[in-house]
Design a binder for this molecule. Structure first.
Ligand code: BES
Ligand code: MN
Ligand code: ZN
Length: 496
C-alpha cells in the first residue's frame, strides 16, 4: 500500500473514495461541510434521511456524488463532538480502513487527520491512519491454498493535512509504515504454527532481517555454546524437544559507537505444551504464540532499521520448545543457571522464566543502559489485566514510567504492578536457591520476582504480554503487540 499527503479539498479531489468525519447528532466535520457545499447538500440530506447519526465506528458509503470528482464518499462516525480522543480516533480510523477495503475502491483520500482530537498532533493522527490501514489489510492466510479474493485492500491512501503540517505528516507516513512493517512481522511469525516456526526458523528469520541492513549483525548460538556458558536453566527446557534450542543475538548499531545499548530480551518458546507438567487440551494450540515476545523483538528491530533510528539496540532471543519426553525435565529436578544460582523446577510449565534467566544473565555482557524483557509469561496476567494492558514490573521506576508513557502515546498500553520484597519468599525452595514457581497468589509478580534475581546489575523492566500478544476465539490471531510500545520507547530514547 502506498501513502502520500495532499492539501487538495474534498470536493475537488479525484479518487475512488473520499473519507470524511461526522460527529453524533449528524454534525458534519469542517471538511465534510465543505464537501456538502460542493455537492448541494448531499451529506446533510443522507443524514437527515436517517442513514447515519455519527456514532463512533459507524460508516456510510454514498456513490457517485453529484458535484464532486470522486467515485464514492464515506462518512465515518466519530462520536460526540468534544469527546473525540485517542481511542475513538483509532476506532474511526479502523472502521474507515475496513469499510474502504470492502468497497471496490482502488484508492482513497482521507480527511480524518484534519479532525480535532484531544492531545493528538497531526503527526500522531497521520501515523494512526497509516498503522490502522496496514493493520486491517493483514490476513493470516499464508498457509491457505486458496486466498479469499473478496479481500482487496486499497492500493493507495492519500491523507489530507494543512500545508503547515506537511513536513511532519511525511515523517509520520514513514514512521507509521516502519512501525506497521514491524507489527506485521510480529503477527506473521506469531500466527505461524509450531511445526514451521521452530527455534531454527526464528534464527533464520533473524538472519534474514540481518541481510536487510548493514547496521544489524546477527549471531546464533547453538546448544554447545550454551553448554560452555553454563546455561543449565535454558538447556533444561529444551531437553524434552528434538528441535535444538537457539540463542539469537541481533545487534543494531544505529547510534554512536560506544553508547550503551538498550537490550530487548524476548521469550521464544515456539510451542509450550507445559512439558511433563502438561497443560490441559483446551486451546493448547494457542501455545504456538508463546514466542510472541521473540517476535516483538524482531518486529521492533525491523521498525528501527526502517526508521534508521539513531540508537544502539541489542535483541536477545532464547528460543526453544517445551515438550514432554523421556529426557525432559521432571518436577523436582534442580538445575544450575548461568548466574550460578540453582533452581528447583517444581513445575515444568513455568519454563519461560527458566530460559529468560539465562538470557538476562548473558545480556549483562553488553553493559546495557536498560534491559526490557518481553514474555508471554503467566496466565495470571491474563486474569489480572485481561487483553487491554501488558503487565509491567521493573527494578527502576524511571524506566517503568518511560515505558508507561510510550505505551500511552502508541496506544499500546502497559500497567505497572508491584515488585515488592514481600513477594520474594514465595519462591523459597528447601533444596535449591529458589523454586521456579511461587504458589497460587500473585503469579505475575512472583514470576517477575524470579527474573529480578538475575537482573540486579542493570536497570530492568519486564513486560508480561500473555494477555495482549494474541486474540483467541473467532478472531484468533496475533496482534503484534507490544511492537508499537517498544518502538515508541526507542524513538523517545533516541530523540531524548
Ligand atoms: N506460556 C505460559 C503462560 C500463558 C498461559 C500465557 C496462558 C498465555 C495464556 C507459561 O509458560 C506458563 O505456562 N505459565 C504458567 C506458570 C505456572 C506454572 C506458575 C501459568 O501461567 O499457568
Ligand atoms: Mn508454560
Ligand atoms: Zn510458556
Amino acid at each position: 500500500m502506498k501513502f502520500t499527503v495532499t492539501s487538495e479539498r474534498p470536493g475537488n479531489v479525484k479518487t475512488g473514495c473520499v473519507i470524511l468525519g461526522v460527529y453524533e447528532h449528524r454534525t458534519l466535520s469542517p471538511a465534510a461541510a465543505e464537501f456538502d457545499n460542493t455537492t448541494d447538500g448531499l451529506l446533510k440530506k443522507a443524514l437527515k434521511d436517517g442513514d447515519m447519526d455519527g456514532i463512533s465506528g459507524q460508516t456510510l458509503m454514498l456513490h457517485q456524488p453529484d458535484g464532486a470528482k470522486c467515485e464514492r464518499v464515506m462518512l465515518v462516525g466519530c462520536g460526540k463532538t468534544g469527546e473525540f480522543n485517542l481511542r475513538s480516533y483509532q476506532q474511526a480510523a479502523r472502521s474507515a480502513a475496513l469499510t474502504v477495503n470492502a468497497s471496490g475502491a482502488d484508492d482513497a483520500v482521507s480527511y480524518l487527520a484534519e479532525l480535532e482530537v484531544s492531545e493528538r498532533t497531526s503527526y500522531q493522527k497521520v501515523r494512526t491512519l497509516v498503522e490502522e490501514a496496514h493493520s486491517v489489510a493483514y490476513t493470516p492466510d499464508a498457509l491457505k491454498s486458496k486466498k479469499d479474493k473478496s479481500l482487496r485492500p486499497i492500493r493507495r491512501l492519500v491523507i489530507s493535512v494543512d500545508n503547515a503540517d506537511k513536513a511532519s505528516a511525511r515523517k509520520a507516513l514513514a514512521d507509521g509504515e516502519a512501525i506497521a512493517s514491524g507489527v506485521e512481522l510480529a503477527r506473521t511469525l506469531g500466527d505461524l504454527p509450531g511445526n514451521i516456526c521452530t527455534p531454527s526458523y526464528l534464527a533464520d528469520q533473524a538472519r534474514e532481517l540481518g541481510k536487510s541492513s548493514e547496521k544489524l549483525k546477527v549471531s546464533v548460538m547453538s546448544e554447545a555454546g550454551m553448554e560452555k556458558l553454563g546455561m543449565g536453566s535454558l538447556l533444561s527446557v529444551s531437553r524434552g524437544s528434538r528441535q535444538p534450542a537457539k540463542l539469537i543475538t541481533l545487534k543494531y548499531d544505529g547510534g554512536k559507537a560506544g553508547v550503551k545499548p538498550v537490550a530487548l530480551v524476548g521469550k521464544g518458546v515456539t510451542f509450550d505444551s507445559g512439558g511433563i507438567s502438561i497443560k490441559p487440551g483446551a486451546a493448547m494450540d494457542e501455545m504456538k504464540y508463546d514466542m510472541c515476545g521473540a517476535a516483538s523483538v524482531l518486529g521492533t528491530l525491523k521498525a528501527c532499521i526502517a526508521m534508521k533510528l539513531p540508537i544502539n539496540v541489542v535483541g536477545i532471543i532464547p528460543a526453544t520448545e517445551n515438550l514432554p519426553d523421556g529426557d525432559a525435565s521432571k518436577p523436582g529436578d534442580i538445575v544450575t543457571s548461568m548466574s550460578g544460582q540453582t533452581i528447583e523446577i517444581l513445575n515444568t510449565d513455568a519454563e519461560g522464566r527458566l530460559i529468560l534467566c539465562d538470557a538476562l544473565t548473558y545480556c549483562g555482557k553488553y553493559k546495557p543502559a536498560a534491559v526490557i524483557d518481553i514474555a508471554t509469561l503467566t496466565g495470571a496476567c491474563v486474569v489480572a489485566l485481561g487483553s487491554h494492558a501488558a503487565g509491567l514490573l521493573s527494578n527502576n521506576d524511571e524506566l517503568a514510567n518511560e515505558l508507561l508513557l510510550a505505551g500511552e502515546a502508541a496506544d499500546d498500553r502497559a500497567w505497572h504492578m508491584p515488585l515488592w520484597e514481600e513477594y520474594q519468599p514465595q519462591l523459597k525452595s528447601n533444596f535449591a536457591d529458589m523454586a521456579n514457581i511461587g504458589g497460587r497468589e500473585a503469579g505475575t509478580i512472583t514470576a517477575a520476582c524470579f527474573l529480578s534475581r538475575f537482573t540486579e546489575k542493570y536497570h530492568w523492566a519486564h513486560l508480561d504480554i500473555a494477555g495482549v500478544a494474541w486474540k483467541g476465539g473467532d478472531e484468533k490471531g496475533a496482534t503484534g503487540r507490544p511492537v508499537s510500545l517498544l518502538t515508541q520507547f526507542l524513538i523517545d530514547r533516541a530523540t531524548g
